[in-house]
Every structure is written in C-alpha cells, then in structure tokens.
Design a protein around this ligand. Structure first.
Ligand SMILES: NC(=O)c1ccc[n+]([C@@H]2O[C@H](COP(=O)([O-])OP(=O)(O)OC[C@H]3O[C@@H](n4cnc5c(N)ncnc54)[C@H](O)[C@@H]3O)[C@@H](O)[C@H]2O)c1
Ligand SMILES: [Zn+2]
Length: 405
C-alpha cells in the first residue's frame, strides 16, 4: 500500500496570505526567522489578518538559518506557555522546519530529539494545534512536505525528521513573499527545487501520483529559474509554484543521495567558518549523482525521460544522461554556483581555493560518507552506494572530477 499526503488546503496566487483571515481558533503563534518577514511588512500583515479572525497572537522570532535542536526546544517551551491552537510558520525552510519540530515537542513534551528522528515514528499530532506554513523562499517546499531538517551542532550533522504527521494542515504559497529574495537565495533555493523534482522522479518510491508533479516542476524550473535569478518578476512568481509542485512530489516519492550528501556535508565544516548552503550543495552534487545512478538501467531510462521533457535531444539514454548533466552544470554557471566543494568559497561563490581545505576534507571523508549512507534519503535512491563508492562520489564532488564507476 502506498500513501499520498498533502496539506488539506493550499492557498496560492496573489494575496493568498489573506487566507489567514478565515482561520478559526483562539490563539495563534507566529514563528519567523531573522527579520526579513518583519522588514518587508509580511509579518505585520499576517498578525493583523489573524487578529481579524479573532485570534490572540504571540510570536517566536529570530529562528536562525539551519535551526538547531536548542532553538526547537526553546520555541516549544514558549508554545507550552502560550498554548496556541494554530502554529503559523512563515519564512524560508529554516523557521518552518524549526516550527514543525517545536510542534511535536509542544504536543508531546516528553518527546526527545532522538525520538523525533525515528523515521515515520511521530505520534499523532493535532491534539493541541493545527499547522500553517507560509513559504518565502522558492525551494524547500517545506510548506507541503512531511519533512523538517534540524541541525545537531554538537555532531555537525543535519537530521531529517520525516513523518506525514508533520505535513502542514494549510500551506500558503503567495508569490509576493518570494519577490524580496536576494539573487543568491533565488539561485540556491531554485537548485534545491530542481534537485527535489529530479530525485523524486528517479526515486524507488516514485508513482503515478508523484511523476506528473515532478516532471511539470522540472519543466517550469528549466523555463523560469535563470530568468527569476536575473530579475523577471513573473518568472519569480512561477518559480514559487514550481518549487511547491516539486515538494508535493518528493514529500510522497522521497529523495535520494544528493540530499543524503548535502545533509551530511552542510554543517561538517562549520568550524571553518561557513556552511555549504543546502541548495548549493545539491546543485554541485546532482550532476555527479546522476552519473552514478545512471549505471542503474531503470534510473537511466528515467533520466532519459526527463531529458526528453526538457527537450535536450540525444539519440539514446546514454546521450540523454550526458546532455542532462551538461544542462544542469550550465545552470550552475548561470547562477554563479561552483561545481565542487574544492572551489566553494565561504560566500558560496566559485573561487580558486574553497573554504574547506583538502586535507580536512580527506580526513573527515570516511565519517561523512558513513553518515551519508545512513541518512534517511539513501533508502529510496535507485542505486545504494557502498562505503567505498560513497567516498569516491564525495571525492568527485570535492575535486569536480568525472564519475565513471
Ligand atoms: N523540510 C524540508 O522538506 C526541507 C527540504 C529542503 C531543505 N530544507 C532545509 O531548509 C533550510 C533552508 O531553507 P531555505 O533555503 O528556505 O532558507 P532559510 O530559511 O535558511 O533562509 C535563508 C535566509 O534567507 C532569508 N530570507 C528568507 N526569505 C526571504 C525573502 N523572501 N526575502 C529576503 N530574505 C529572505 C532568511 O531571513 C535567511 O537569512 C535548510 O536547513 C535545509 O536543510 C528542508
Ligand atoms: Zn532540499
């Protein structure tokens, strides 16, 4: 038996933020990040719409990018005090993911972070509150997904929490919120979105329900991402929908090892002063993983279908895979994203020597590879790598060398 789960309501298009006016409840807690939602006036609007709906409103502000276990626990304590019946998370993937984990802890105060990380092991939520997610970046699609990514900084590891229980009740995909994104964020979150769609399409859990969403998202992102990056506001609005479609696909078809590797490298070098930003990590690893997975005949044929939908040409699947890889690499160039960790600067832009020194990368490689294999996203990848293969793959991702194994 397979299951396909999405939010009960997805409000999208211009002014969809106003859907908050129709919510029924007594108390809402609004969770936001570092200040962009406040700065651009969206937070005030959300608060006034909820008040118009007759609710008392409290705030959890300042949720950091790549939120920590500590932030989750602190926020949950505030929820336990305020006792909201609506949790409204607004912003990028970070505040929404943090709020999802806070929600679990609010409903089950004895639940530890380890308990939350048991895949599809979350107890029944919605005894205390319903959850609304309003996305302001066009990538993670966490507003419609069953996932939340929380970082344990003591281990330098990002852990995915995965359960349909945390699929939001309501998603709001209002294009106005995406218009204020700086270019770099557009690039990273957009490549995250195309990675979601490609991984979902070749995942071993793909199905007739997820395939059309994944393929349509890929076509839209192909048409709109670079234009959105270069300031086309209509393309920016369409990208906000495209990433959401990709999210609907991967929340149900799951992902693959591009994400396993991004999760396990993202914070692994934080002691060198930077993160490898999630979307940038995906953008660098996706072409390598396609070459690796294409050794599996079924995956190769599916990449061929993607290339056909994208109109890339190619006489056979081998050629189509090559053309797909070349196309994605060109997108990285157009979006100023490097091709490997070795040339990934602390500011995320390509440079001669990246912020991760070669000897540090090699020293940490066996452990990172082992952790990536254990990541929740590995199980649905079309080809399961051995420790040796994962190390080789990660090396190709550092040096930007060809994957021929
Ligand atoms: N839950 C999932 O299914 C899922 C999927 C992929 C990634 N993730 C996780 O999501 C996180 C990344 O989320 P993200 O890429 O959306 O970025 P983010 O939430 O970390 O935000 C990045 C920065 O952009 C700013 N920002 C957000 N929206 C803005 C806007 N409209 N205008 C101006 N500035 C804005 C934020 O204030 C922040 O400083 C990572 O932790 C990643 O692992 C989760
Ligand atoms: Zn992602």
């Amino acid at each position: 038996m397979a299951r396909f789960t999405l939010p009960r309501d997805i409000y999208h298009g211009e002014n969809s933020l106003e859907a908050l006016k129709t919510f029924k409840g007594k108390k809402a807690i609004v969770c936001v990040g570092g200040g962009s939602m406040k700065r651009f006036g969206f937070l005030d609007k959300a608060i006034s719409y909820l008040e118009e709906a007759g609710m008392e409103v409290d705030l959890i502000e300042g949720i950091e990018p790549d939120p920590s276990v500590e932030t989750v626990m602190k926020g949950a304590a505030k929820m336990l005090e305020f006792e909201p019946d609506w949790i409204v998370a607004m912003g990028g993937g970070s505040p929404i993911d943090a709020a999802k984990a806070m929600w679990i802890k609010y409903e089950y105060p004895d639940c530890t972070f380890e308990d939350m990380c048991k895949v599809f092991g979350i107890p029944e939520l919605r005894k205390k509150a319903q959850f609304c997610a309003i996305s302001s970046t066009s990538g993670t699609a966490t507003e419609v997904t069953a996932f939340s990514i929380i970082t344990d900084y003591s281990k330098g590891i990002k852990y995915p929490i995965a359960d349909f229980e945390i699929t939001p009740d309501v998603a709001i995909v209002d294009p106005a919120l995406a218009q204020t994104m700086p270019k770099k964020l557009v690039a990273h979150t957009g490549m995250d979105a195309i990675t979601h769609a490609v991984e979902a399409y070749v995942s071993t859990a793909n199905c007739d329900y997820t395939d059309p969403l994944a393929i349509h998202a890929i076509e839209m992102i192909q048409n709109d991402l670079v234009a959105s990056y270069n300031g086309d506001t209509d393309a920016r609005s369409r990208m906000h929908n495209a990433q959401c479609l990709a999210g609907m696909a991967f929340s149900n078809a799951l992902l693959g090892i591009v994400h396993s590797m991004a999760h396990k490298t993202g914070a692994a070098f934080a002691d060198f002063g930077a993160h490898i930003i999630h979307g940038a990590a995906n953008a660098m690893y996706l072409p390598k993983v396609i070459a690796f997975n294409a050794k599996d005949e079924t995956a190769k044929a599916r990449y061929g279908v993607i290339a056909d939908y994208m109109g890339l040409g190619g006489a056979n699947d081998d050629e189509k895979v090559e053309l797909l890889i070349a196309y994605l690499r060109k997108m990285n160039d157009d979006l100023n994203i490097p091709h490997g960790i070795g040339t990934y600067g602390a500011d995320s832009y390509p440079c001669e020597q990246g912020f991760v020194p070669e000897e540090v990368f090699l020293e940490r490689l066996p452990e990172i590879a082992a952790n990536a294999i254990l990541d929740a996203c590995t199980g649905s990848n079309p080809r399961i790598p051995s420790q040796e293969e994962m190390e080789k793959l990660l090396k190709c991702c550092y040096y930007d060398t060809e994957v021929d194994f």
